[in-house]
Design a protein around this ligand. Structure first.
Ligand code: MN
Length: 171
């Protein structure tokens, strides 16, 4: 009788351990799932850098220079993190610009053309002297690398802010 009770207690204790272990494993699994569905866009592959000035951007935008302009390579490379809803003013690059999206999602729009959606892995070529803007979607930040060639022609000409109506693609 005593042995039976002890055996029953042991079985109960094993069952309890299995239940607890399953709960722990399940919660770790669901945490990993939610992290993979919603990556933290603020943690890019480069440091966040310095906040962009309010006269050129709406919302919080962070710039980290990777290759400074010089006369031999004549190319500027850097990384920008747009927080959700943040975007550049309208602007143009006298020698054009290449954007490489490394995380999150956002928009790019050339003046007079439809707004285009951007996602991780997209590459965008902005032709020389074409007025445009780029930024994050309202719900996700965006990490983008920029490459500006032929800096002797100029890097950027800043213009007016992108209005909420323009940002939201409303006519
Ligand atoms: Mn640009």
């Amino acid at each position: 009788m005593k042995n039976k009770i002890q055996a029953h207690r042991l079985t109960t204790s094993i069952k309890r351990t299995i239940v607890i272990a399953s709960v722990v494993m399940l919660s770790a699994y669901s945490k990993a799932q939610s992290q993979s569905k919603h990556p933290d866009v603020s943690k890019g592959i480069f440091p966040k850098g310095k906040q962009g000035p309010a006269e050129n951007f709406t919302g919080k935008v962070w710039n980290y220079g990777l290759v400074p302009a010089d006369s031999s390579l004549t190319t500027v490379v850097g990384n920008v993190y747009f927080e959700p809803g943040a975007r550049s003013n309208w602007h143009e690059h006298p020698a054009g610009q290449i954007l490489i999206i490394t995380e999150g999602s956002g928009y790019h729009q050339i003046k007079g053309q439809p707004r285009e959606e951007l996602k991780k892995g997209d590459v965008v070529k902005c032709p020389p002297g074409v007025v445009h803007w780029h930024g994050a979607t309202a719900n996700s930040g965006m990490q983008q690398m920029y490459i500006i060639p032929n800096v002797g022609k100029g890097i950027v000409k800043w213009m007016q802010p992108v209005t909420d109506q323009e940002y939201n693609n409303q006519k």
